[in-house]
Design a protein around this ligand. Structure first.
Ligand code: CP
Ligand code: NVA
Length: 309
């Protein structure tokens, strides 16, 4: 049976732990799995712009011996030129796996339901699970463990946060989240992640005041205030999020040694200041690099087949 990766919950805790171990192998040895996707083709169907996700997937497939077809919005016009289900079914006849970056998460769900090859979510308005894989890997690499870590997230309760929460919940990480009240994370995701966190020794906590979540944090994470597709809300969001900026003043309230994370792209001067972006304790560009290693591990898990190494 083909497997999809639409949200972090599509993989169990053991599988995710195994995937992180495999990612470490890929990071140590660039040639690891170099024939794993030999003769296979992966399509990238992207409705929104991308640098990291696109390049990391393209390079990952090439390093695993496969080939890639990139289809941007102008090529496919997902849901406009023809229905999502027809694109999914026709494309499945040509390629061995599909990465979808879409606005409505429901498009990714429909894509996966109709495609007969594995579908990977390369970001939707609801979640960004490939980013969370890299985030967990980066945390484990920086701290040597995941259980017991305290991650503070400051800013918008968005797709990146949702997947981060789902990931942290499986590994006993304590997540403390500060967002404006009307931009809290999705209630269903929050509830499920809280339950899972409790079962794995972690916890979730929400505060309105960013100063309260950073004070015992091992790492502070932020993301843009205006995600792709929200450009019309720009003025209101800039006003509402102003006090959630990750800047020196906020960082001074965190323990010494606290690390900094951001999925990128960053809007410097909005959710994060220039000096914090350039801070020596930043993990931001490790996160970006690690997208490649975790995505190689993910591709091998979903598309590699037995004996592919
Ligand atoms: N972090 C991330 O997904 O970046 P891109 O939008 O450039 O792919
Ligand atoms: N929250 C951002 C993440 C970009 C990688 C967005 O959806 O635009």
């Amino acid at each position: 049976m083909k497997r999809n990766f639409l949200t972090m919950t599509d993989l169990g805790q053991h599988e995710l732990a195994g995937l992180l171990r495999q990612a470490a192998r890929h990071k140590r040895n660039r040639s690891y799995g170099k024939r794993a996707l030999a003769g296979k083709t992966v399509a990238l169907v992207f409705q929104k712009p991308s640098m990291r996700t696109r390049v990391a997937f393209e390079v990952a497939v090439l390093q695993l011996g496969g080939s890639v077809v990139y289809l941007g919005q102008e090529d496919i016009q997902l849901g406009q030129r023809e229905p999502v289900r027809d694109v999914a079914r026709a494309l499945s006849r040509y390629v061995d796996g599909i990465v979808v970056r879409t606005f409505a998460h429901q498009n990714a769900v429909e894509f996966a339901a109709y495609a007969r090859v594995p579908v990977i979510n390369g970001l939707s308005d609801l979640v960004h699970p490939c980013q969370a894989l890299a985030d967990l890997f980066t945390l484990q690499e920086a701290f040597g463990r995941l259980p017991g870590l305290r991650v503070a997230y400051v800013g918008d309760g968005n797709n990146v946060l949702h997947s981060l929460l789902e990931g942290c919940a499986l590994f006993g990480v304590h997540a403390a989240v500060a967002t404006p009240a009307r931009y809290r994370p999705d209630p269903a995701i929050w509830k499920a992640a809280s339950r899972r966190a409790a079962a794995h020794g972690g916890s979730l906590r929400w505060e309105a005041d960013p100063r309260r979540v950073v004070r015992d944090a091992h790492v502070v994470y932020t993301d843009v205030w205006i995600s792709m597709g929200q450009e019309r809300e720009r003025a209101r969001r800039l006003r509402t999020f102003k006090r959630y900026q990750l800047n020196r003043a906020l960082l001074r309230r965190a323990p010494r040694g606290c690390r900094i994370m951001h999925c990128l792209p960053a809007h410097r001067g909005e959710e994060i200041t220039d000096d914090v972006m350039e801070h020596p304790r930043s993990l931001i560009f490790d996160q970006a690099e690690n997208r490649l290693h975790v995505q190689k591990a993910l591709l091998m898990l979903l598309l590699g087949g037995k004996g592919s190494r």
